[in-house]
Design a protein around this ligand. Structure first.
Ligand code: PLP
Ligand code: ALO
Length: 357
């Protein structure tokens, strides 16, 4: 039986971007839709309500903006933290380095990304490490070197791992000591909080993070990421930066209202917990399949594995979609808020068959 023969529509393991809108987000989207005429450009009641909701969630008076996607969120947030002659320290597998097509450099008018290398186990798991940050910050102080100004962490990382509270604090402590700002690419922030079981403030402003790009798209929204400044001094004029970049939605309510669906009853966490659980289910199902080399245990909603190319080809021929270009390491099997256990089991069965088990 091929995936297309299955009764339910096929679900893929390429990206959590493949999933649709979760029911709660959809309900709020329709609530905003059926209201008739409403103020534009963020002056609507839903945008105000969800901004207040995020301040309550993070337990601090943070400044909140909404943009269409994560690349814009990261690029504009970084541009607001540094000048063109500054540099941003990130991990070698950081999305801002590998998958944003120079957006951060473009929107900051030239800030350079400095890749923090380390031989440590953490670095091999996609994390930026304190020693890598310290090494880059102290490497040079001459006028020819783009002055480090920001440290960027991805939480959860591009390799599906999660910084602990202590790890975030350790990097932020170096950043503060070296007068750097801390940016967090939180495209999968919900998945990290679900894994850690901590309060969202514990791995953000309480740990020293200055700005969080809070991903909603991968968590069940149709579109839309929140840029959350925990230091309002850093968001001065950010609204104009958003407008100039073409990221200010005129009908902002259709981005912000679905966010209320995520915040309601902590749906954002429930969606993330489910996606993480599906990754754990897939990892367990693949553990004893001959030919499958599991790269590391999942800490969020992705499983990374190396498969023989013929098996990859056979899976693609059966209609399964998944990426092989992430972080230069094997196949990435990404689970979403709506991934069904049956889809995981069917995919694992096809992997087993493709590997000749
Ligand atoms: C870690 C990470 N950061 C940011 C993004 C945002 O990318 P996009 O501009 O595709 O929404 C993504 C992928 O979507 C991602 O995986
Ligand atoms: C890889 C692609 O850029 C997207 N961020 C994803 O994670 O699917």
């Amino acid at each position: 039986m091929t995936p297309s023969d299955r009764a339910l529509p096929l679900q893929h393991f390429a990206s959590d971007n493949y999933a649709g809108m979760c029911p709660n987000a959809a309900r709020w989207f329709m609530e905003a839709q059926t209201s008739g005429h409403e103020p534009a450009y963020g002056e609507d009641r839903w945008t105000q309500q969800v901004s207040e909701g995020l301040r309550e969630l993070f337990q601090t008076d943070c400044d909140v903006y909404f943009v269409f996607n994560g690349t814009a969120a990261n690029s504009l947030a970084l541009a607001s933290l540094c000048q063109s002659y500054h540099s941003v320290i990130c991990s070698p597998v950081a999305h801002i380095e590998t998958d944003e097509c120079g957006g951060p450099e473009f929107f900051s008018n030239g800030s350079k990304l400095l890749v923090g290398e380390s031989e440590s186990a953490s670095a091999r798991l996609g994390k930026l490490t304190p020693d890598a940050v310290e090494s880059l910050v102290t490497k040079r102080h001459d006028i020819h070197y783009p002055k480090p100004k920001v440290v960027s962490l991805t939480q959860a990382t591009e390799l599906g791992t999660v910084y602990s509270v202590e790890e975030v604090r350790a990097i932020a402590a170096i950043a503060k000591r070296r007068h750097l700002k801390v940016h967090m690419d939180g495209a999968r922030f919900a998945n990290a909080v679900a894994t850690l079981g901590c309060h969202p403030s514990d791995i953000t402003w309480r740990a020293g993070v200055d700005v969080l790009c809070f991903g909603g798209t991968k968590n069940g929204l149709p579109v839309g990421e929140a840029v959350v400044f925990f230091d309002r001094a850093l968001s001065e004029d950010f609204a104009w930066r958003v407008k100039q970049a073409g990221q200010l939605a005129s009908k902002m309510r259709f981005i912000s209202a679905p966010w209320l669906g995520l915040l309601e009853n902590d749906t954002w966490l429930a969606n993330a917990r489910h996606a993480n659980a599906m990754a754990a289910r897939l990892h367990a199902a693949l553990r004893d399949v001959p030919g499958v080399e599991l790269l590391h245990a999942p800490q969020a909603n992705a499983v990374f594995a190396r498969l023989p190319q013929p098996a990859v080809n056979a899976l693609h021929a059966k209609g399964w979609r998944f990426y092989q270009f992430i972080a230069g390491g094997g196949c990435r099997f990404m689970c979403s808020w709506d991934t069904r256990p049956e889809s995981v089991d069917a995919f694992a069965a096809d992997i087993r068959q493709a590997c000749g088990a």
